[in-house]
Design a protein around this ligand. Structure first.
Ligand SMILES: *Cc1c(COP(=O)(O)O)cnc(C)c1O
Length: 478
């Protein structure tokens, strides 16, 4: 594709500024450029065509089915965009909130922050929520710092370890390590659950916490989660809930009721705000009663009918400027209010139904990684296909030519040649069927010719990339 710089023609402009009608003022010398900025000189139409074409080179949820396991790539309803675009939100400058005279302008935004925090707390059974963290992983860091602050206050200097199952997302051990903890990895059983005996053996008074998710990253509801929580609490260890899988259980069960003390939400996953390519995200942290005094601050509180800012007494401090990615919270608010109680329940029920439908249609062509009942995502292993010569990666690339974004492959690390499919609730049966037909066509083709997809994709703007090099050298066609 032609670069926008190649389209540059001297003197061509997208906008023309009106003639100056105020006196010209001299800028300070150190703010002046010493050489031209080197921007392309193009018309508005050149810019619009260029970026529209660029956007069409990519897969997006608005253009393609995107069953990327663990990422909950559901459709982001446009009503949330309309609400976020309301001038009262879109034109609010974050620094207004630090000026007492302009306080009134922020009351509506504060109310949204307050209400989203209340709604999220209610959905997951937490005592309080703080919107600040700007990604799930950032919420994990906030949560593990909260655990550290709690134990420090209690004089638990011996509590240095955090137990994490081997199926966990890589950000879990990374966040806990940044917060200063040592990681103890627990294996999974062949049926995909936390190995309870290994867990019991690892648990003692030096354990500060346990990080897990439920359903776990194998897509299975953790059968002994209540016993896992009880044993942690017996040793005054805190239980952390990775909220990335909340889409499976809304309105059916709440992490707080299962015994979790601290968690993050992935608003950009469960609550349908656009995500991918690194943000902007929204990863609020939620806590049970005993961790409330440590929450990041300042927080919005309601006092005598007005919203004010308060910092909790033992706060770990700020995790992000202002209130995190506020506009994501506005979108999440619109989404939750639009669906209501019953709507959110339906979200999870249909998400689980859709994953199980795909599982049922594909289970004879691809080997399910576990025998149990999947929740909102289903995992297969392409080990049998790989033995013949077609790896999970080849299947993922073949799907691109069929018009689908690939599922997650090679995660979780516990499953060989893993293919992790999360359809979400927003896809129709027709889309699920067409996707399953494509997966079955690929399986049949592999039976006939295992090398058939070695060079896939062949219909995309670029062919098979060197996955490592391409991430570092964005201009490479390897
Ligand atoms: C996505 C995800 C995370 C991290 O969330 P980000 O918002 O991407 O930082 C953590 N755990 C699991 C299981 C996830 O799927």
């Amino acid at each position: 594709m032609e670069l926008i710089y190649d389209q540059s023609r001297e003197g061509r402009r997208a906008i023309t500024l009106d003639a100056l009608d105020v006196p010209e003022a001299a800028l300070p010398r150190d703010l002046l450029r010493t050489e031209a900025a080197g921007l392309p000189e193009v018309s508005e139409l050149d810019v619009v065509r260029h970026f529209t074409r660029l956007s069409q080179l990519n897969f997006g949820i608005d253009s393609h089915f995107y069953p990327l396991g663990s990422c909950t790539m559901k459709y982001n309803p446009k009503i949330a965009e309309a609400v976020a675009a309301l001038p009262g939100f879109a034109e609010l400058h974050p620094h207004l909130s630090s000026d007492e005279a302009l306080w009134a302008h922020c009351q509506g935004a504060f109310e949204v922050v307050y209400e989203v925090e209340e709604l999220l707390a209610e959905i997951a059974g937490m005592k309080a929520v703080c919107l600040q963290p700007i990604a799930g992983a950032h919420g994990e860091l906030a949560g593990t710092l909260l655990m550290a602050a709690y134990h420090r206050d209690k004089g638990h200097t011996h509590k240095k370890k955090i137990i994490i199952p081997d199926s966990a997302h890589g950000t879990n051990p990374a966040s806990a390590a940044i917060a200063g903890f040592d990681i103890v990895e627990i294996p999974s059983t062949p049926d995909g659950a936390i190995d309870f005996d290994a867990y019991t053996a690892a648990m003692d008074d030096t354990v500060a916490g346990v990080m897990t998710t439920c359903p776990n990253t194998h897509g299975l509801f953790e059968p002994r989660i209540l016993e896992i929580a009880a044993l942690a609490h017996k040793h005054d260890a805190l239980l952390y809930y990775d909220g990335a899988n909340l889409n499976a259980i809304m309105g059916e069960c709440r992490p707080g009721d299962l015994g979790f003390d601290v968690m993050h939400y992935n608003v950009h996953k469960t609550f349908a705000t656009p995500h991918g390519m690194g943000g902007p995200g929204c990863g609020p942290v939620g806590v049970s009663e005993r961790l409330v005094p440590y929450l990041p601050g300042p927080r919005v509180a309601r006092r005598e009918g007005r919203f004010v800012l308060e910092t909790p007494p033992r706060s770990i401090g700020r995790m992000a400027p202002f209130f995190g990615n506020f506009m994501m919270a506005v979108r999440g608010y619109a989404y939750i209010r639009h669906l209501g109680n019953e709507g959110l329940k339906d979200v999870s029920r249909v998400a689980v139904l859709n994953a199980n439908y795909i599982h049922a249609r594909l289970k004879h062509a691809y080997t399910p990684a576990f025998a149990g009942r999947f929740m909102h995502e289903c995992i297969f292993t392409a080990a049998a296909q790989a033995q013949k010569g077609a790896r999970a990666l080849d299947i993922a690339k073949a799907l691109l030519d069929e018009g689908y974004h690939a599922p997650t492959v090679y995660f979780p690390l516990t499953v060989k040649e893993s293919i992790m499919i999360e359809p979400t609730e927003t896809e129709s049966k027709e889309t699920l069927d067409a996707f399953c037909d494509a997966m079955l066509r690929i399986a049949t083709r592999i039976e006939e010719d295992p090398m058939a997809f070695r060079n896939s994709p062949t219909t995309m703007p670029v062919g098979r990339l060197d996955e490592v090099k391409a991430a570092r050298d964005l201009n490479c066609v390897c």
